[in-house]
Each structure stands twice: as C-alpha cells, then as structure tokens.
Design a protein around this ligand. Structure first.
Ligand code: GLP
Length: 241
C-alpha cells in the first residue's frame, strides 16, 4: 500500500482529486468506481473545478457506484443516486446514462444484485475504485462478517453504521436497515484502489486496515492483498499508525 500523508481534509481532497484526474487524463474513456459519504465531497468539488476550467473531460467516462440504500429512490435526498447527481454528475460533462448506482427502489433483492453485478462485470475492469472507510472498517456497505462477500449483495447494516449515518437523516429510525453493495470480490477486481480517510475517529480502524491481520471482521484489511492501493489520509487519521 502506498500511503500519502495529507495535512487535513482539504489537502486530502486535493491530492486524491489529482490521482483521479491523472487516470481520466491518461484514459479519457476510463471506468471509475465511485463512493459516497462525507469523505469524497471535497474531492468531487476539486474534480468539478477541474472540469469547469477545462482541465478534465468526463464525456467518455463511465462510472459505477459502490452502494445504495434499499427503499430510497433518486428523488430522495438521502439516496446515493441523489448524492452523486448533486455532488458530482450534475456539475461535470459526464453522460448521465454512463453513470450507474444500484436501484434502491427494486424490491426484488435477488434480481437487483444479479443485475448490478452483471452490469459491473459487463462494464469491464475498473480503472480506479474510490473508497471511503466506515468506522467499523466497512468498504461500500460490506460490514464485518465471518467471510469476505464476493459479489454484489443485499446486506443488513450494522447498528454502528446506522448510528454513524443517522446524522444525514431526521432520526436513526429513518436510516434504512438494508442496502445493496458491490462485494469485496467486485471491489478487488479494480486495477487501482484509492482509499481516502480523514479525522481522528478513523485513526484506530485505519491502523488495523493497514497493519492488522487480513480479517473479514475488518473488511478493508483485504486491501493489503491488492497490489495497487493508494491511501490518502490526513494527519489525524494516520495518528495511530
Ligand atoms: C457509508 C458508505 C461508504 C462510506 C462510508 C464512510 O456508510 N456506505 O461507502 O465510504 O460509510 O462514510 P463517511 O465518508 O461519511 O465517513
């Protein structure tokens, strides 16, 4: 793993945006795996700026997002499709038809996970997969479990994830209990992985991810087995290493 030390959130966002920008510049028709959460918002702002000033062209880029809450549609301001449209896609010159997020409104979980896994496979090898890190070590919504989930699936969210994500909802009761997520196997097939982490609260889990044993109870620790992972983290997040 390559670890890039950033001063703070702003610096992390800038450095991570440079990495994504280099992929898009080298391969204008690249396939990007994208993430939601508070971690990538600053990075997306940097990409929007680069697109607006003519440095970056997303017209041929295709994307697939990691996950989506079950039950939330694109018009729900807490859905990940809404997040992506508002924090990135609506502000860059990407063809919205080339962007993919699991369909939270599909009630037939077997149907949706099969559809999304096939869609991701058919897109081809991801050139870069962007990841945030959950407080319990999750990536996408792959929660701590006895085994690493291979493919896209419907998962029950951990109480700690519901607690962490309730800040975006009116109350904890409003946080959906299940989500569709790419599997760890799906994520590990990406050519490059970019993990962004900031803040003191994630210092302990990040130390486990980087230095601890590879353990499905710390899902992101599997990244130790990927041969092109870059971690861009701020000083607070790196403070327990
Ligand atoms: C969420 C998302 C993840 C995200 C993580 C961290 O639950 N499903 O994809 O990376 O938790 O979120 P944040 O960046 O807000 O800390």
């Amino acid at each position: 793993m390559r670890i890039i030390r950033a001063k703070d959130y702003e610096d992390m966002s800038k450095k991570a945006a440079e990495i994504i920008a280099s992929v898009v510049t080298l391969k204008p028709d690249c396939i990007l795996g994208l993430a939601t959460g508070s971690s990538p918002i600053g990075l997306y702002k940097n990409l929007i700026e680069k697109c607006k000033n003519g440095e970056l062209d997303f017209s041929q880029v295709k994307t697939a997002n990691l996950d989506e809450y079950v039950g939330l549609g694109p018009d729900d301001d807490q859905s990940y499709r809404y997040f992506m449209n508002n924090n990135l896609f609506n502000h860059i010159n990407i063809n919205i038809e080339n962007t993919n997020v699991p369909n939270g409104l599909e009630k037939d979980a077997d149907k949706e996970v099969a559809r999304y896994e096939k869609l991701v496979q058919d897109l081809g090898e991801m050139d870069l997969q962007l990841l945030g890190l959950g407080l319990d070590g999750h990536i996408g919504f792959n929660e701590p479990a006895p085994v690493f989930p291979k493919v896209t699936q419907c998962v029950e969210l951990d109480p700690s994830t519901i607690e962490a994500n309730k800040r975006f909802f009116a109350s904890a009761d409003d946080v959906p209990r299940t989500a569709y997520t790419m599997g760890i196997g799906t994520i590990m097939r990406a050519k490059k992985v970019l993990l962004i982490v900031n803040g003191k609260a994630k210092a302990e889990i990040l130390a486990k991810v980087i230095n601890g044993p590879v353990d499905p109870m710390v899902p992101a620790s599997i990244l130790q087995f990927h041969n092109d992972v870059t971690v861009v983290a701020d000083e607070e997040a790196l403070s327990a290493l």
